[in-house]
Design a binder for this molecule. Structure first.
Ligand code: C2E
Ligand code: MG
Ligand code: MG
Ligand code: MG
Length: 287
Protein backbone atom coordinates (compact mmCIF):
# COMPACT_ATOMS: atom_id res chain seq x y z
CA UNK A 1 0.00 0.00 0.00
CA UNK A 2 2.79 2.37 1.01
CA UNK A 3 4.70 1.43 -2.11
CA UNK A 4 1.66 2.05 -4.29
CA UNK A 5 1.05 5.39 -2.67
CA UNK A 6 4.72 6.22 -3.00
CA UNK A 7 4.54 5.46 -6.68
CA UNK A 8 1.40 7.52 -7.11
CA UNK A 9 3.09 10.45 -5.40
CA UNK A 10 6.07 10.07 -7.63
CA UNK A 11 3.91 10.02 -10.71
CA UNK A 12 2.10 13.11 -9.51
CA UNK A 13 5.39 14.81 -8.79
CA UNK A 14 6.84 14.15 -12.22
CA UNK A 15 3.68 15.28 -13.93
CA UNK A 16 3.81 18.54 -12.01
CA UNK A 17 7.48 18.93 -12.79
CA UNK A 18 6.88 18.31 -16.47
CA UNK A 19 4.05 20.79 -16.49
CA UNK A 20 6.29 23.33 -14.82
CA UNK A 21 9.03 22.81 -17.39
CA UNK A 22 6.61 22.97 -20.29
CA UNK A 23 5.00 26.04 -18.84
CA UNK A 24 8.41 27.62 -18.53
CA UNK A 25 9.42 26.81 -22.09
CA UNK A 26 6.05 28.07 -23.20
CA UNK A 27 6.60 31.31 -21.30
CA UNK A 28 10.07 31.68 -22.74
CA UNK A 29 8.88 31.23 -26.33
CA UNK A 30 5.85 33.41 -26.03
CA UNK A 31 7.79 36.06 -24.12
CA UNK A 32 9.99 36.49 -27.17
CA UNK A 33 6.88 37.05 -29.31
CA UNK A 34 5.27 39.22 -26.66
CA UNK A 35 8.20 41.62 -26.74
CA UNK A 36 8.19 41.72 -30.54
CA UNK A 37 4.43 42.24 -30.65
CA UNK A 38 4.33 44.69 -27.77
CA UNK A 39 1.91 42.51 -25.76
CA UNK A 40 3.48 43.81 -22.58
CA UNK A 41 2.09 46.94 -21.04
CA UNK A 42 2.78 49.15 -18.08
CA UNK A 43 0.59 49.97 -15.09
CA UNK A 44 1.38 52.78 -12.69
CA UNK A 45 1.02 52.83 -8.92
CA UNK A 46 0.93 56.23 -7.20
CA UNK A 47 3.44 57.14 -4.51
CA UNK A 48 1.71 59.61 -2.25
CA UNK A 49 2.92 62.17 0.28
CA UNK A 50 1.61 61.19 3.71
CA UNK A 51 2.09 64.81 4.75
CA UNK A 52 -0.02 66.68 2.21
CA UNK A 53 -1.60 63.82 0.19
CA UNK A 54 -0.11 65.05 -3.04
CA UNK A 55 1.06 62.59 -5.65
CA UNK A 56 4.85 62.49 -5.70
CA UNK A 57 5.52 59.86 -8.27
CA UNK A 58 4.19 56.76 -9.97
CA UNK A 59 5.99 53.42 -10.10
CA UNK A 60 5.92 51.69 -13.47
CA UNK A 61 5.11 47.98 -13.19
CA UNK A 62 5.13 45.72 -16.22
CA UNK A 63 2.15 43.50 -17.07
CA UNK A 64 1.71 40.74 -19.61
CA UNK A 65 -1.66 39.72 -20.98
CA UNK A 66 -0.92 36.38 -22.64
CA UNK A 67 -3.33 35.47 -25.48
CA UNK A 68 -3.91 31.98 -23.98
CA UNK A 69 -2.80 32.02 -20.32
CA UNK A 70 -4.28 35.42 -19.52
CA UNK A 71 -2.49 37.70 -17.09
CA UNK A 72 0.94 36.46 -16.05
CA UNK A 73 2.51 38.03 -12.97
CA UNK A 74 5.95 39.67 -13.18
CA UNK A 75 7.14 37.26 -10.48
CA UNK A 76 6.54 34.49 -13.01
CA UNK A 77 8.01 35.96 -16.17
CA UNK A 78 10.73 38.33 -14.96
CA UNK A 79 12.91 35.41 -13.78
CA UNK A 80 12.50 33.72 -17.18
CA UNK A 81 13.27 36.99 -18.90
CA UNK A 82 16.39 37.34 -16.77
CA UNK A 83 17.67 33.84 -17.52
CA UNK A 84 17.22 34.37 -21.25
CA UNK A 85 18.41 38.00 -21.17
CA UNK A 86 15.12 38.97 -22.79
CA UNK A 87 14.95 41.29 -19.81
CA UNK A 88 17.16 43.73 -21.70
CA UNK A 89 14.75 44.50 -24.57
CA UNK A 90 11.83 44.16 -22.13
CA UNK A 91 13.31 46.77 -19.80
CA UNK A 92 13.98 49.15 -22.68
CA UNK A 93 10.32 48.86 -23.68
CA UNK A 94 9.10 49.53 -20.15
CA UNK A 95 11.38 52.55 -19.72
CA UNK A 96 10.54 54.01 -23.13
CA UNK A 97 6.80 53.55 -22.58
CA UNK A 98 6.92 54.98 -19.05
CA UNK A 99 8.84 58.06 -20.14
CA UNK A 100 6.51 58.57 -23.08
CA UNK A 101 3.48 58.30 -20.78
CA UNK A 102 5.00 60.70 -18.27
CA UNK A 103 5.48 63.29 -21.02
CA UNK A 104 1.84 62.83 -22.11
CA UNK A 105 0.75 63.59 -18.53
CA UNK A 106 2.99 66.64 -18.44
CA UNK A 107 1.45 67.99 -21.62
CA UNK A 108 -2.16 66.92 -21.29
CA UNK A 109 -2.92 66.47 -17.60
CA UNK A 110 -1.09 69.24 -15.74
CA UNK A 111 -3.32 68.70 -12.68
CA UNK A 112 -2.22 65.10 -12.50
CA UNK A 113 1.40 65.91 -12.05
CA UNK A 114 3.70 63.33 -10.50
CA UNK A 115 7.16 64.91 -10.27
CA UNK A 116 8.91 61.84 -11.54
CA UNK A 117 8.42 58.33 -12.81
CA UNK A 118 9.98 55.39 -10.96
CA UNK A 119 11.15 52.36 -12.93
CA UNK A 120 12.60 49.06 -11.67
CA UNK A 121 15.99 47.80 -12.81
CA UNK A 122 16.82 44.10 -13.11
CA UNK A 123 20.02 42.50 -11.78
CA UNK A 124 20.91 41.65 -15.39
CA UNK A 125 20.83 45.32 -16.33
CA UNK A 126 23.23 46.09 -13.50
CA UNK A 127 25.82 43.90 -15.21
CA UNK A 128 25.30 45.50 -18.63
CA UNK A 129 28.04 47.98 -19.53
CA UNK A 130 25.72 49.60 -22.11
CA UNK A 131 23.04 50.40 -19.55
CA UNK A 132 23.85 54.05 -18.93
CA UNK A 133 24.25 55.18 -22.56
CA UNK A 134 21.15 53.23 -23.64
CA UNK A 135 19.10 54.68 -20.83
CA UNK A 136 20.24 58.22 -21.67
CA UNK A 137 19.34 57.59 -25.31
CA UNK A 138 15.79 56.62 -24.30
CA UNK A 139 15.53 59.76 -22.18
CA UNK A 140 16.61 61.93 -25.11
CA UNK A 141 14.25 60.13 -27.49
CA UNK A 142 11.26 60.73 -25.25
CA UNK A 143 12.26 64.23 -24.13
CA UNK A 144 12.00 63.51 -20.40
CA UNK A 145 14.50 65.25 -18.10
CA UNK A 146 16.86 63.07 -16.02
CA UNK A 147 15.53 64.44 -12.72
CA UNK A 148 12.07 63.21 -13.79
CA UNK A 149 13.31 59.62 -13.83
CA UNK A 150 14.00 57.42 -10.82
CA UNK A 151 15.51 53.95 -11.06
CA UNK A 152 14.81 51.38 -8.33
CA UNK A 153 17.42 48.83 -7.33
CA UNK A 154 17.15 46.23 -4.57
CA UNK A 155 19.90 45.51 -2.14
CA UNK A 156 20.27 41.87 -3.21
CA UNK A 157 20.85 43.08 -6.79
CA UNK A 158 23.61 45.37 -5.55
CA UNK A 159 25.23 42.54 -3.62
CA UNK A 160 25.52 40.44 -6.78
CA UNK A 161 27.48 43.04 -8.72
CA UNK A 162 28.95 45.28 -6.08
CA UNK A 163 31.68 47.04 -8.03
CA UNK A 164 29.95 47.39 -11.36
CA UNK A 165 26.69 48.40 -9.74
CA UNK A 166 28.51 51.06 -7.76
CA UNK A 167 29.96 52.50 -10.97
CA UNK A 168 26.61 52.39 -12.76
CA UNK A 169 24.81 54.10 -9.93
CA UNK A 170 27.48 56.80 -9.75
CA UNK A 171 27.16 57.35 -13.51
CA UNK A 172 23.36 57.62 -13.30
CA UNK A 173 23.72 60.02 -10.41
CA UNK A 174 26.14 62.17 -12.43
CA UNK A 175 23.53 62.32 -15.21
CA UNK A 176 21.00 63.65 -12.69
CA UNK A 177 18.83 60.53 -12.50
CA UNK A 178 17.23 59.74 -9.14
CA UNK A 179 18.00 56.45 -7.42
CA UNK A 180 15.89 54.46 -4.99
CA UNK A 181 16.78 51.46 -2.88
CA UNK A 182 13.79 49.13 -3.31
CA UNK A 183 12.47 46.53 -0.85
CA UNK A 184 14.63 47.75 2.01
CA UNK A 185 14.34 45.42 4.99
CA UNK A 186 13.32 42.37 2.97
CA UNK A 187 16.63 40.55 3.21
CA UNK A 188 20.07 41.15 4.60
CA UNK A 189 19.68 44.86 4.84
CA UNK A 190 22.94 46.39 5.75
CA UNK A 191 22.56 49.98 6.71
CA UNK A 192 25.99 50.75 5.29
CA UNK A 193 24.58 50.28 1.76
CA UNK A 194 22.50 53.40 2.21
CA UNK A 195 25.52 55.49 2.80
CA UNK A 196 27.81 53.70 0.36
CA UNK A 197 25.68 54.26 -2.74
CA UNK A 198 24.19 57.55 -3.96
CA UNK A 199 20.53 56.81 -3.22
CA UNK A 200 17.91 59.56 -3.01
CA UNK A 201 15.05 57.42 -1.75
CA UNK A 202 14.65 54.45 0.55
CA UNK A 203 11.63 52.27 -0.11
CA UNK A 204 10.65 50.33 2.99
CA UNK A 205 9.64 46.77 2.08
CA UNK A 206 6.05 45.65 2.50
CA UNK A 207 7.13 43.15 5.17
CA UNK A 208 8.33 45.98 7.43
CA UNK A 209 5.19 48.00 6.74
CA UNK A 210 3.05 44.98 7.65
CA UNK A 211 4.92 44.51 10.91
CA UNK A 212 4.30 48.05 12.06
CA UNK A 213 0.98 47.07 13.61
CA UNK A 214 2.49 44.05 15.43
CA UNK A 215 3.68 45.99 18.41
CA UNK A 216 6.17 48.43 19.84
CA UNK A 217 9.33 46.55 18.91
CA UNK A 218 8.42 46.59 15.24
CA UNK A 219 7.36 50.19 15.12
CA UNK A 220 10.53 51.19 16.99
CA UNK A 221 12.55 49.42 14.30
CA UNK A 222 10.75 51.26 11.55
CA UNK A 223 11.11 54.52 13.41
CA UNK A 224 14.87 53.96 13.58
CA UNK A 225 15.03 53.21 9.85
CA UNK A 226 13.08 56.37 9.04
CA UNK A 227 15.25 58.62 11.20
CA UNK A 228 18.47 57.07 9.96
CA UNK A 229 17.39 57.53 6.34
CA UNK A 230 16.43 61.12 6.97
CA UNK A 231 19.72 61.80 8.72
CA UNK A 232 21.46 60.49 5.63
CA UNK A 233 19.38 62.86 3.51
CA UNK A 234 17.18 60.13 2.02
CA UNK A 235 13.49 60.46 1.32
CA UNK A 236 11.43 57.52 2.64
CA UNK A 237 8.53 55.69 0.97
CA UNK A 238 6.70 52.91 2.83
CA UNK A 239 5.61 50.17 0.41
CA UNK A 240 2.57 47.92 0.71
CA UNK A 241 0.26 50.00 2.90
CA UNK A 242 -2.91 47.91 3.05
CA UNK A 243 -4.76 48.99 6.18
CA UNK A 244 -5.91 52.20 7.78
CA UNK A 245 -4.11 51.15 10.95
CA UNK A 246 -0.79 50.88 9.10
CA UNK A 247 -1.34 54.27 7.50
CA UNK A 248 -2.09 55.92 10.85
CA UNK A 249 0.95 54.34 12.52
CA UNK A 250 3.24 55.34 9.66
CA UNK A 251 1.99 58.90 9.87
CA UNK A 252 2.58 58.88 13.63
CA UNK A 253 6.16 57.69 13.01
CA UNK A 254 6.69 60.59 10.63
CA UNK A 255 7.00 58.49 7.49
CA UNK A 256 6.86 61.08 4.68
CA UNK A 257 5.45 59.02 1.80
CA UNK A 258 3.71 55.76 1.00
CA UNK A 259 2.46 53.38 -1.62
CA UNK A 260 -0.01 50.53 -1.29
CA UNK A 261 -3.36 49.04 -2.19
CA UNK A 262 -5.10 51.13 0.50
CA UNK A 263 -4.08 54.32 -1.29
CA UNK A 264 -4.16 53.13 -4.89
CA UNK A 265 -3.56 49.97 -6.88
CA UNK A 266 -1.34 49.90 -9.94
CA UNK A 267 -3.53 51.16 -12.80
CA UNK A 268 -3.51 51.73 -16.53
CA UNK A 269 -3.17 55.40 -17.48
CA UNK A 270 -6.84 56.11 -18.27
CA UNK A 271 -7.94 54.58 -14.97
CA UNK A 272 -5.24 56.39 -13.09
CA UNK A 273 -6.36 59.77 -14.41
CA UNK A 274 -9.96 58.99 -13.43
CA UNK A 275 -8.82 57.85 -9.97
CA UNK A 276 -6.86 61.03 -9.50
CA UNK A 277 -9.79 63.26 -10.37
CA UNK A 278 -11.87 61.69 -7.58
CA UNK A 279 -9.11 60.98 -5.08
CA UNK A 280 -10.13 62.89 -2.01
CA UNK A 281 -8.01 60.93 0.41
CA UNK A 282 -10.74 58.76 1.94
CA UNK A 283 -8.06 56.61 3.56
CA UNK A 284 -6.57 59.68 5.20
CA UNK A 285 -9.91 60.80 6.59
CA UNK A 286 -10.26 57.43 8.28
CA UNK A 287 -6.69 57.19 9.57
P1 C2E B 1 8.47 45.99 -6.49
O1 C2E B 1 9.31 46.83 -7.38
O2 C2E B 1 8.79 45.99 -5.05
O3 C2E B 1 6.98 46.50 -6.76
C1 C2E B 1 5.98 46.52 -5.79
C2 C2E B 1 5.07 45.32 -5.92
O4 C2E B 1 4.18 45.30 -4.82
C3 C2E B 1 4.18 45.34 -7.14
O5 C2E B 1 3.95 43.99 -7.52
C4 C2E B 1 2.89 45.96 -6.61
O6 C2E B 1 1.75 45.63 -7.37
C5 C2E B 1 2.85 45.32 -5.25
N1 C2E B 1 2.08 46.10 -4.28
C6 C2E B 1 1.92 47.44 -4.21
N2 C2E B 1 1.16 47.78 -3.14
C7 C2E B 1 0.84 46.63 -2.51
C8 C2E B 1 0.06 46.32 -1.35
O7 C2E B 1 -0.49 47.18 -0.65
N3 C2E B 1 -0.04 45.00 -1.01
C9 C2E B 1 0.56 44.02 -1.75
N4 C2E B 1 0.37 42.76 -1.35
N5 C2E B 1 1.30 44.27 -2.85
C10 C2E B 1 1.44 45.56 -3.23
P2 C2E B 1 4.11 43.49 -9.02
O8 C2E B 1 3.64 44.53 -9.99
O9 C2E B 1 3.52 42.12 -9.08
O10 C2E B 1 5.68 43.39 -9.19
C11 C2E B 1 6.43 42.52 -8.41
C12 C2E B 1 7.89 42.75 -8.60
O11 C2E B 1 8.27 42.46 -9.95
C13 C2E B 1 8.30 44.20 -8.38
O12 C2E B 1 8.48 44.46 -7.00
C14 C2E B 1 9.58 44.25 -9.15
O13 C2E B 1 10.65 43.72 -8.41
C15 C2E B 1 9.29 43.34 -10.32
N6 C2E B 1 8.87 44.15 -11.48
C16 C2E B 1 7.66 44.63 -11.81
N7 C2E B 1 7.70 45.35 -12.95
C17 C2E B 1 9.00 45.34 -13.34
C18 C2E B 1 9.71 45.90 -14.47
O14 C2E B 1 9.17 46.60 -15.32
N8 C2E B 1 11.06 45.64 -14.54
C19 C2E B 1 11.71 44.89 -13.58
N9 C2E B 1 13.03 44.68 -13.74
N10 C2E B 1 11.08 44.36 -12.54
C20 C2E B 1 9.74 44.57 -12.41
MG1 MG C 1 9.96 48.70 -7.19
MG1 MG D 1 9.47 47.23 -3.72
MG1 MG E 1 9.57 43.66 -4.59
Amino acid sequence: EAKRRGKACYALFTTTMRDAVLHRIDIENSLRDAIDRHELFVVYQPIISLEDRSIESVEALVRWRHPVHGMIAPSEFIPVAEETRLILPLSDQVLRESCRQFMVWQREAPDFAPSYISVNLSRIQLADPDLVPRTMEILRETGIAPHQVQLEVTESQLMQHRVMAGELLAAFKAEGIRLAMDDFGSGYSSLSCLQEYPFDVLKVDRALTENVSRGRGYSALLHAVISLAENLGLHVVAEGIETIEQLALLQALGCPAGQGFLLARPMEPSKLEAWWSTFVGEAFEAA
